[in-house]
Design a protein around this ligand. Structure first.
Ligand code: FRU
Length: 494
């Protein structure tokens, strides 16, 4: 069998990546060097820079032959592509170098642990955990890979669904990692493994088990403390919708609870969806040097990959903006990292503007922007029925966000974004009852909108492929609302 080597990938991306004009990509959301990306991998701080790797097929805009692409940034906003880091060129990972994570070792090396997948003669895909170590650019796979195989699994767990190691270190410097597994009932189990050196690993405990309430297999686990609370993030496959939550098919779940260190067991106190938009999967976090817990996810839904039906871009898949996480009253909050602020230009501000019917505001337009929009009723005893912001609009296209204060529901709607497919184009979520008030922080890039609602209590991330020239914005209110607007253009030139 001929493998797709790293050398071949690096040559290919050098020749083809530069052919993609910057204007055909998002301005500040990471896209693959060339070809396809899905999950963010190995999000870490090493050698004075943030590193983000990603599931990557350089050769096509479809999922295949998983490599690890690689990008670095000094601020998590402006990313620079580096040459691919891993290729599926060994027997144990010949079907793909699947998702994993990274950290800086005490002796200053960049340590990667990932899932190596091999297709056996029986046609089945065997998943094992493998290690590579590097200098921030070039990585060498460990000669005794794989470091964890199905032999290390407790009884009853599947050798075909054992993936996505997330590594971290405990207070004593011991290596720990959580890995997704699947039991005989077809449900996810999050397994905890331990190691003194990152190379010799052993099974420690089942950290958490899916009782069937949240999807089936749990992919891409992440586990960390946020203050006193333990947080377990997973991406469950085949989720059933509950009310307005969990409509993404393969969705995301944040469980908040307690961690019994001695037993290696997590106990859930509450659960919530992470992002209520259409496009969000496989989030991964890292701890920045200043202690902040930062998360980036794949801004895409598996069920709508390559199905827009009208745009044929030379890349597919993009990451969300980096988000700082916090907990308030037992709930996960997210806000864009403050590093984004330095790219804000051309401030435009409007205060106390009455909206009844349609309204556009001079200077409030464009596709790369950071806008804070406060909406409140003109008369709190007489709530407006609906407030809408139309964006990415031209003569025949528009997308919108809607707020229905009577129901405390917020909605994204991209039905008129230009799609030619019967995909999902609307998504709603419940928001806090603030008597008809809502505060939105809206981050828009050429091919997406991320809305942080009420200080990040809910977030809605949605891709749109509307021609970036469609840049009109206007507001519409069914009833009477008062708005405050602060709008900046996001400009990546420093
Ligand atoms: C999640 C996932 C991971 C896997 C990777 C393969 O999107 O299915 O579980 O490692 O993608 O590309």
């Amino acid at each position: 069998m001929e493998y797709n080597t790293l050398e071949k990938a690096r040559k290919y991306e050098k020749e083809n990546g530069s052919k993609i004009p910057a204007s055909d990509r998002p301005a500040f959301h990471l896209t693959p060097y060339v070809g396809w990306t899905n999950d963010p991998n190995g999000f870490s701080y090493f050698g004075g820079k943030y590193h983000l790797f990603y599931q990557y097929n350089p050769y096509d805009t479809r999922w295949d032959s998983m490599h690890w692409g690689h990008a670095v940034s000094s601020d998590m906003v402006k990313w620079e592509h580096l040459p691919a880091a891993l290729a599926p060129e060994n027997e144990y990972d010949s079907f793909g170098c699947f998702s994993g994570s990274a950290l800086e070792t005490e002796d200053g090396k960049h340590y990667i642990i990932y899932t190596g997948v091999r297709k056996a003669d029986d046609g089945k895909e065997y998943q094992t955990q493998c290690v590579a170590v590097g200098d921030g650019k070039d990585y060498r796979k460990y000669e005794n890979n794989p470091v964890l195989t199905s032999r290390d699994l407790p009884g009853g767990l599947s050798p075909y669904d054992f993936r996505d190691p997330k590594v971290f270190r405990d207070e004593e410097g011991k290596y720990l990692c959580v890995v997704g597994g699947k039991n005989e009932k077809g449900l996810g189990e999050i397994l905890l493994f331990a190691s003194d050196d990152g190379f010799n690993w052993h099974f420690r405990s089942v950290l958490a088990t899916n009782d069937g309430e949240y999807g089936c297999m749990w992919e891409c686990p992440d586990f960390f403390m946020l203050g006193e609370d333990a947080v377990l993030i997973t991406s469950p496959q085949d989720m059933a919708a509950k009310g307005l939550d969990y409509h993404s098919g393969n969705g995301t779940l944040c469980q908040i609870g307690t961690y019994d260190r001695a037993a290696g067991v997590f106990k859930r106190c509450s659960a919530q969806t992470i992002d209520h938009g259409i496009d969000f999967y496989a989030p991964q976090t890292m701890q920045a040097p200043d202690g902040r817990r930062i998360m980036i996810a794949w801004m895409q839904n598996w069920d709508t990959c390559n199905t827009s039906g009208y745009r044929n871009l030379p890349w597919f898949g993009q990451m969300t903006i980096a988000r700082e996480l916090s907990l308030r009253d037992g709930k996960l909050y997210q806000m864009p990292v403050s590093e984004l602020d330095k790219y804000r230009k051309d401030k435009i501000e409007y205060k106390e503007v009455k909206v009844n019917g349609e309204l556009s505001l001079k200077g409030v337009e464009g596709r790369c922007l950071d806008m804070t929009l406060k909406i409140r009723p003109a008369d709190s005893r007489n709530l407006f029925k609906r407030f809408t912001m139309f964006f990415a609009k031209d003569g025949s296209h528009s997308s919108r966000i809607n707020f229905f204060p009577g129901d405390n529901v917020f909605e994204t709607d991209r039905r008129l974004s230009g799609s030619r497919r019967a995909n999902i184009h609307q998504r709603s979520c419940n928001v806090r009852d603030l008597g008809g008030e809502i505060v939105l922080r809206i981050i828009m890039d050429r091919f997406s909108i991320e809305v942080f609602i009420n200080g990040g209590e809910q977030v809605m991330s949605t891709t749109i492929l509307t021609d970036p020239a469609a840049g009109e914005i206007y507001f519409e209110c069914d009833g009477e609302a008062i708005i405050d607007v602060i709008k900046y253009t996001l400009d990546m030139e420093e």
